[in-house]
Design a protein around this ligand. Structure first.
Ligand SMILES: Cc1cc2nc3c(=O)[nH]c(=O)nc-3n(C[C@H](O)[C@H](O)[C@H](O)COP(=O)(O)OP(=O)(O)OC[C@H]3O[C@@H](n4cnc5c(N)ncnc54)[C@H](O)[C@@H]3O)c2cc1C
Length: 503
């Protein structure tokens, strides 16, 4: 059906709330809506044929979390395994959440939202949704959009253009589109990149490849450690309830993370020395840690991956894996020629070079007939956006687990929806109050504070921030967990429609 025909179809299906995506954020949103607002009519629409988002679309060997599952798991469902988990274990956990709470009937797979149009006249979102099974273009309406679409393009990763790529006789693979039948047994593999993906992939293939080389332009910080949390083990030995273990372990991890973040700002050299000492324990005094594992930036300017049991470093120490720190001059028939003149020969080159930012799930947004320029909006606490009514986005934390924010943003949205229901409001928008009209605006995040490649490449696509905490995504769970529940929903930042009955 064409877009015009879809527009004309008479009876769009209506929902009070429509959740975009069924990744860890979307499933969490469905749980909170169902349990905190029984009776609300909602649906989650998901492009993929199954739930999981990131944990379904990424299929490279070894795919696992880089943060602990006590905090990457939801607050309401204990995580009972080792803290760093494989994608399959995360999916099993999410599946239990869906089954235990009968959320399946609220999720529609193979449904892609193509267009979202807000009408201020009707106080409604109208969506055009493509149903994969028959290609039909459906029309749906909803009162509120709960955006859980993630933050990057799932269909294709980011690969820089290098000279001579077309000459390479072997295979070039991006981890985001890993061919399930890729045979790397006995092959020479070069993995370009030094982030969490490269650090996961290298140890996962090291035993099967002839050799695997991690080729990085510059080093990254890692935290190697035992894949276990002492306090969780101790409490389990005391036969404490899993609910309690989950909560206590979460609190301890979060407190330690908060201290680590503060120390990284206040005493970066001391933190750096500790991180490098941990790497040295695996690689020994003779290894060139300065060259390969000593970044030029201070800790926490980019996400730091936890390396369970130091497996990356064990692979290097065993000689099955190695690290080369150099720049790519060009690809050759046999592999990669480096600026130093060295040529790295390879059968398979993996470009673990990241992804492209995609803030709005590739949905064509219109507000009252005008295309939405998301980059021109200003964010209210990284959840709502000026000029965009009845919509909130779950954008998690960079330095802490994403899911921590899934729970607390859900509490906020539910509170907002209940507030609107009680007062009869059909529309809510955030607006910068007149007293702050001269507030200085800048980019979504301060590049001095956090600057991974995908954010730097895509910053213009993200809303702007002000110079007050309320008008920023502070990336600070430790304070947000107390601030969000106290937000005054009748504060001057919230503008409701006329229907609202004044209290
Ligand atoms: C390899 C990898 C490892 C990571 N590890 C960690 C980690 O250990 N800890 C951590 O905190 N963070 C990690 N992250 C960040 C991670 O993406 C988030 O933590 C989290 O999984 C994001 O969940 P989400 O549900 O918000 O988004 P996603 O997982 O991206 O899911 C969004 C879903 O929305 C769907 N969708 C998007 N647009 C539309 C549309 N228009 N219509 C219908 N459906 C749509 C997508 O198909 C997708 O299924 C990792 C990221 C990657 C890529």
């Amino acid at each position: 059906m064409s877009a015009a025909a879809a527009k004309a179809s008479p009876k769009p299906e209506h929902f009070d709330v429509l959740i975009v995506g069924a990744g860890i954020s979307g499933v969490g949103a469905a749980y909170h809506l169902k349990t905190q607002m029984p009776g609300v009519k909602f649906v989650a629409l998901e492009t993929q044929e199954t739930f999981g988002g990131t944990w379904t679309t990424h299929k490279y060997p070894g795919i696992r979390s880089d943060s602990d599952l006590h905090t990457f798991g939801y607050r309401f469902k204990p995580w009972v395994g080792p803290p760093i988990a494989a994608a399959s274990e995360i999916l099993k956990y999410m599946n239990e959440v869906i089954d235990d709470n009968d959320l399946g009937k609220h999720i529609r797979f193979g449904h892609t939202i193509k267009r979202a149009e807000w009408s201020g006249k009707d106080n409604l979102w109208t969506l055009q949704v493509e149903r994969k099974s028959d290609g039909a273009m459906l029309r749906m309406t909803c009162g509120f959009l709960w955006m859980c679409q993630g933050y990057y393009r799932h269909s294709k990763g980011y690969t820089p253009e290098w000279a001579g790529m077309e000459n390479f006789k072997g295979k070039i693979v991006h981890p985001q589109t890993w061919p399930e039948d890729l045979d790397y047994k006995g092959k020479r593999m070069v993995v370009i990149g030094s982030g969490a993906t490269a650090a996961t992939l290298v140890p996962a293939v090291a035993n099967d490849t002839a050799h695997v080389t991690m080729l990085q332009r510059s080093p990254t910080y890692f935290i190697p450690g035992r894949n276990a949390i002492d306090i969780a083990e101790q409490l389990r030995a005391l036969q404490v309830d899993e609910e309690w273990i989950h909560e206590i372990t979460r609190r301890q991890i979060l407190k330690m993370q908060d201290e680590f973040t503060t120390r990284s700002r206040n005493e970066p050299e001391a933190v750096k020395a500790e991180l490098l000492a941990a790497v040295k324990l695996f690689l020994g005094e003779d290894y060139d840690i300065d060259k390969h594992f000593t970044p030029s930036y201070r800790p926490w300017r980019q996400r730091i991956a936890f390396i369970p049991d130091g497996d990356l470093f064990q692979g290097i120490a065993s000689g099955k894996a190695s690290v080369v720190t150099d720049e790519i001059e060009r690809f050759t028939e046999k592999g990669i020629l480096l600026k130093s003149g060295q040529e790295l020969e390879a059968d398979i080159i993996v470009t673990a070079t990241g992804f492209d930012l995609e803030p709005l799930g590739e949905i064509d947004f219109h507000i009252n007939g005008k295309p939405l320029k998301f980059g021109d909006t200003v964010t209210y606490r990284g959840m709502m956006f000026t000029g965009v009514p009845n919509m909130a986005w779950v954008f998690g934390y960079f330095r802490a687990s994403w899911t921590l924010r899934v729970d607390i943003v859900a509490d906020f949205i539910v509170r907002l929806l209940k507030h609107m229901k009680k007062s009869g409001a059909k529309r809510v928008e955030v607006a910068i109050p007149p007293s702050l009209k001269d507030m200085k605006l800048s980019t979504w995040i301060d590049p001095e504070d956090f600057n991974p490649g995908y954010i730097m490449r895509g910053m213009h696509l993200l809303p702007r921030r002000g110079d007050r905490r309320e008008w920023q995504h502070t990336q600070d769970y430790w304070h947000e967990k107390d601030e969000l529940p106290k937000i005054d929903l009748d504060g001057e930042e919230f503008v409701y429609d006329k229907a609202k009955v004044e209290a």
